[in-house]
Design a protein around this ligand. Structure first.
Ligand code: GLN
Length: 196
């Protein structure tokens, strides 16, 4: 199984380490031609506006849009913003691969970043004691709307923070910065199930 991590900007190294712990040697992706050999891709956290600009200048925007029609993508934080159909605060272009609407920096400046328990929903709720995992939120967005084909897998303060559809997975927090590998394992299973 070949998983790539978009390595234009942001915390791609933390994802690389997380996958390494699960015995997956990921490929750092900086060019469109690298997508051809991949079964799945992670778009890390960082600054979505910067990532978007770099994607455009590398010819990756269209290539990723096309890749995401067929292959699974896991987006964390800025990555989730890039996957969304609609982005607000302010409005910005995105890949539009998941039927979600997302508001950037939605927790406001004062409570910029925090570590808080995230509530797992079925089928993940039995995976961890108390049905919770740690969520690291850094200038996080809030998912304001999910379409009918999108399933909510975890919430924080009543808002969806981990969502999936038949191909993609998006988290508004940073599972790569916690010890628990539940969410990365979930993505690997998704990739395995689809490429198998
Ligand atoms: N605030 C960033 C953005 O809007 C996302 C932050 C993150 O990825 N940790 O793109």
């Amino acid at each position: 199984m070949k998983i790539g991590i978009l390595a234009l900007q942001g915390d791609f190294e933390a994802h690389w380490k997380a996958l390494r712990e699960l015995d997956v040697d990921a490929i750092l992706v900086r060019h469109a031609w690298q997508l051809g050999e991949l079964d799945g891709l992670i778009i890390p956290g960082g600054e979505s506006t910067t990532m978007l600009k770099l994607m455009m200048s590398e010819g990756l925007f269209e290539a990723l849009r096309e890749f995401g029609q067929r292959k699974p993508i896991f987006g964390t934080c800025a990555g989730a913003i890039l996957l969304a159909r609609r982005v607000t605060n302010p409005e910005q272009e995105s890949l539009g691969l998941m039927d979600i609407e997302i508001e950037r920096n939605a927790y406001g400046r004062q409570i910029d970043s925090r570590v808080a328990p995230v509530r797992l929903l079925p089928p993940l709720s039995d995976e961890r004691e108390g049905g919770q995992i740690e969520g690291v939120f850094i200038r996080a967005p809030i998912i304001r709307r999910v379409g009918p084909t999108v399933r909510v897998l975890a919430t924080y303060a009543g808002d969806p923070v981990l969502v999936e559809d038949s191909l993609h997975l998006a988290a508004t927090f940073h599972p790569e910065l916690s010890r628990d590998r539940l969410i990365h394992r979930q993505f690997i299973q998704k990739v395995g199930g689809l490429s198998g």
